[in-house]
Design a protein around this ligand. Structure first.
Ligand SMILES: *[C@@H]1O[C@H](CO)[C@@H](O)[C@H](O)[C@H]1NC(C)=O
Ligand SMILES: *[C@@H]1O[C@H](CO)[C@@H](O)[C@H](O)[C@H]1NC(C)=O
Ligand SMILES: *[C@@H]1O[C@H](CO)[C@@H](O)[C@H](O)[C@H]1NC(C)=O
Ligand SMILES: *[C@@H]1O[C@H](CO)[C@@H](O)[C@H](O)[C@H]1NC(C)=O
Ligand SMILES: *[C@@H]1O[C@H](CO)[C@@H](O)[C@H](O)[C@H]1NC(C)=O
Length: 539
């Protein structure tokens, strides 16, 4: 194995013949190797906490300058990257700063330092934005004093502690404050009593929404920003622990941006021992990303991306790009197919993907198990169903026993179909098609419906659902499921953490959600339709 499994993957998707006046901007994200407090459960005084945080802010300062040199207009830093993790409610006290409500207070911490006490971190971030003349998004530990006599939610110690994102304009003004709604076992922090959808506006790209890490798996605020406010650009600080086969950081960032038809500026923490890595700049169609499980340095990613805020688009000329509606399915842009468009109207039904990846009529030309024109090996019996636990969920699966076929597997009322053709003999690498419908209850509670084609990690059925980044078998496929929600996130992962998107995805006339992909040049690790049924989370 290569000693350095570092992937910096520039997508080679055909670039559109976009109109030259198409607005764009330069975005940057920094994956930060956090300087940690070795004893996070022991309380530090304010001075010692500041000394610790300045070490991380020193790195931010250098990276902000490097980002600015490359023309960045907005820079996102990761969650927990200033203070680290594993604090208790009491031990984080020295790290907390009161972040004013930006809807009530206009404040430039760099220019008006004395206005609020104990705001050294806010001041330094503000000065970084001002000095480098860029919008800056960072995550820090916030405090808000409360009174339990007048506020029923106020914690007994008289203060809220919030996992807080802060946003500064390019002159250093604090313009947005977002408090993480969906905490991930964070003993130091409180869940905000009211959910807030937070956005900020920039002169170069219009409006952005902001949310944090685990929030991406929930309707509020992540999907609500997109569906209720029409936000199409997101700043996303995160500290995400990778979990294959379905939820590696960049894998889900890729899926979210594609499914929701948004740009995601995702900055993750770099902590190999905790499995944290995976950042990127994702438009609905392409990305610059990094996933590095062994390196010991941070990494700055900078990329020019198109403006997606509908309010910033010129009338008419951008209509094709705006045709990418959230959760409606898309067709990959290809030369000759014009710009991004909806998949609606594409033929479906009896087709298959030939060696060149072109859909062809199945009835006339193709061999399907059991058909008269089939000269290949006779079909297996209906494949045997088995169960295997994937990421703590009990999936129902069927193996891929032939070099091509049409499989079905169901779990509860969810059924999944897979039409496939593979490049290797079935004995070379075991793959299985799995379905899961139910409440996920380990490391968070959330209701899932998932159709997943996975490469098993070994030759045994029990290995299906295990973690691997590697696969040699190329597979042309069409995967579909009858989900009870429209919030379906298609994801395709290739050998060595290569990210991919479907050739097309969408909903067919009988309501099944599908995606298809053929002609990948790398082995297929997973292809998944991962859906969230938000309304059943409390079931
Ligand atoms: C934080 O806690 C987790 C779980 O207890 C542990 O695995 C991890 O090493 C800790 N990290 C730090 C930085 O203390
Ligand atoms: C809390 O509010 C009550 C009622 O307004 C007031 O009497 C009390 O002094 C407040 N307590 C604190 C700690 O401010
Ligand atoms: C695959 O199977 C499904 C379900 O049985 C069926 O609806 C579909 O027509 C089949 N496709 C092909 C190409 O045979
Ligand atoms: C998974 O579900 C099947 C069918 O309900 C059951 O027989 C099996 O014991 C379950 N496996 C685990 C690990 O819970
Ligand atoms: C999905 O399809 C299966 C098989 O046709 C059916 O039994 C099930 O009720 C369907 N589920 C939904 C949610 O429509």
């Amino acid at each position: 194995m290569s000693p350095l499994r570092l992937v910096l993957w520039l997508s080679v998707f055909a670039l559109p013949s976009a109109p030259t006046e198409s607005p764009s901007y330069v975005a940057a994200v920094y994956e930060h190797l956090v300087v940690l407090n070795p004893n996070p459960r022991v309380a530090l005084g304010r001075r010692a906490a500041l000394e610790h945080m300045q070490k991380n802010l020193d790195v931010f300062e250098q990276q902000a300058a490097l980002a600015a040199q490359q023309g960045a207009q907005i820079l996102v830093f990761p969650e927990d990257a200033i203070q680290g993790f594993n604090f208790t409610r009491a031990s984080i006290a020295g790290y907390l700063e009161a972040v004013p409500d930006t809807t009530e207070v206009t404040w430039n911490p760099c220019s008006e330092r004395a206005r609020f006490p104990d705001t050294e971190v806010l001041q330094r971030l503000s000065c970084m934005a001002q000095k480098n003349s860029l919008y800056l998004v960072a995550n820090m530990a916030g405090i808000q004093v409360c009174n339990s006599t007048t506020d029923a939610h106020c914690p007994p110690d008289g203060r809220y502690q919030f996992n807080t994102d802060v946003v500064f304009t390019s002159d250093g003004t604090l313009v947005a404050r977002y408090r993480k709604q969906n905490l991930y076992f964070e003993a130091a922090f409180d869940k905000p009593p009211r959910m807030e959808l937070v956005t900020f506006s920039t002169p170069f790209a219009g409006r952005f929404g902001v949310f944090t890490c685990f929030d991406i798996l929930f309707r509020e605020p992540a999907v609500a920003l997109v569906e209720e406010l029409g936000v199409r650009q997101l700043a996303y600080p995160t500290a995400w622990m990778n979990q294959l086969p379905l939820l590696a950081a960049v894998q889900f960032q890729r899926s979210f941006a594609h499914a929701a038809a948004v740009t995601v500026l995702a900055a993750n923490v770099r902590a190999a021992n905790l499995g944290m890595t995976g950042s990127g700049i994702f438009t609905p169609w392409q990305e610059v990303h990094q996933h590095d499980m062994v390196g010991e340095t941070g990494r700055l990613l900078v990329s020019r991306v198109p403006v997606l805020d509908p309010a910033m688009m010129a009338d008419g000329t951008e209509s094709t790009r705006l045709a990418w509606l959230p959760f409606s399915g898309h067709r990959r842009r290809e030369p000759g197919l014009g710009e991004a468009g909806d998949a609606h109207g594409w033929p479906r039904g009896a087709w298959y993907l030939d060696a060149g990846g072109k859909p062809r009529s199945a009835e006339t030309e193709h061999c399907w198990p059991g058909h008269e024109n089939c000269h290949e090996a006779p079909a297996h019996e209906k494949p045997v169903e088995f169960h295997s636990v994937m990421m703590y969920d009990n999936f129902t699966l069927v193996p891929l026993q032939d070099t091509e076929g049409n499989l079905t597997v169901c779990d509860g009322s969810l059924c999944c179909h897979l039409l496939f053709r593979r490049s290797t003999a079935p004995s070379a690498e075991l793959y299985a098609l799995g379905a899961f419908q139910g409440l996920h209850v380990v490391h968070g509670t959330y209701y899932l419906e998932v159709c997943a084609l996975v490469k098993c990690t070994g030759p045994d059925f029990a290995s299906c659902g295990g973690e691997t980044e590697h696969a040699q078998t190329q597979i042309n496929f069409r995967l579909e499921g009858n989900f009870s929600t429209r919030h379906v996130f298609p994801g395709i992962l290739g050998n060595g953490m290569v990210l991919d998107i479907p050739d097309e995805s969408g909903k067919d006339s009988d309501g099944w959600v599908y995606m298809s992909r053929s002609g990948m040049t790398v082995g297929l690790v997973t292809a998944t339709l991962y859906s969230r049924v938000y309304e059943k989370d409390n079931s």
